[in-house]
Design a protein around this ligand. Sequence first.
Ligand code: SF4
Length: 363
Amino acid sequence: MDVLEKAKILSNEGSYDSCGPKMCEVKVNSGLGGIYHAKAEHKTCRIFKTLMDNSCKFDCKYCQNSSSCKNSSRKAAYEPEELAKIFMHLNKNLAVEGLFLSSGVSGNPDKTTEKMLEAVKILRYREKFKGYLHFKILPGTSYELIKQASELSTRMSINIETPNKSAMSELSTCKDYKIDILRRQSWISRFNLRSGQVTQLILNKNSTDSDILKMMDWEYKSLNLKRIYFSSFMPVRGTPLEKEKPESLNRQNHLYNIDFLRRGYGFELKEFKEVMKDGMLPDEDPKLALAKTNFQGAIDINEADYEELIRIPGIGPKTAGMILKSKREIKKYEQLKQFGASIHRAKPFIEVDGKRQKMITEF
Ligand code: SF4
């Protein structure tokens, strides 16, 4: 099989890993799958996402490369030189600035990782490639190889996939959740990576939103993760889960919203427990759901402090800062609009100059 053929197979199958929120990844029409516009190091750049090898001895029930998939695709694996050659070609001819490298585990995780490292060393040392490099750690990889990868990578990750051991046991009989995954995450967290460590979770019926938020809180606080990406479950033909229903994309979007409120607004993840029913978030904008539950009456916009202001739908940190700087002399909704507030969203929750224009029940 020639290198281009391998690149087509391996880059198409690299699409299951996220290099950013799915809605922010845009596939580039290049004739070769696997090239995306995605955010890396605070800017949008072209990233080539590929597997090193698409054979895998693990039995993850959702994955088309797993040993449990009856409909497995053509198998391919790069030699390190081949991957380096194809990436440098894309770098020079299609302005691809970053590499996202993952792999199936065809035999021993260390053997596959050694090959991935060899390719990356060629890029860094011989080709002098200095750009973005996301290195995916495989479950069970040894400490020494993870350390070597950290010296060559901009960002690293290992997919946690589920928020706890019991949910993992529903998906795979081979991966030891604590040892193969959490321990590797904790090793990665010891190294100084320019773009830090991230991970990815599959959303399916085996885990509640409450389980997910609990795990996110632990990952951010204990392992200092930069981001957690979500992927709503989609059944893949030939896998043991092919007849399962796909998970709603709204669930994925609501969790991304909550993560944004944590990063950008300083919300605590545990705040969202208040709006959950049976461990699940309502199917609506999480900030709106929280405001509908918590706001007893309308808030006087000229009296509210920063913490209250950013909890009002339609008002973000920038607008809250401008309201506070305005010496609290807001008399008209138009003034709020000038500060960037979404008046339609904010109206039911606020009073301006002693007046309220819309009730929460009218929202
Ligand atoms: S370890 Fe990765 S490639 Fe292998 S079966 Fe599981 S999800 Fe698929």
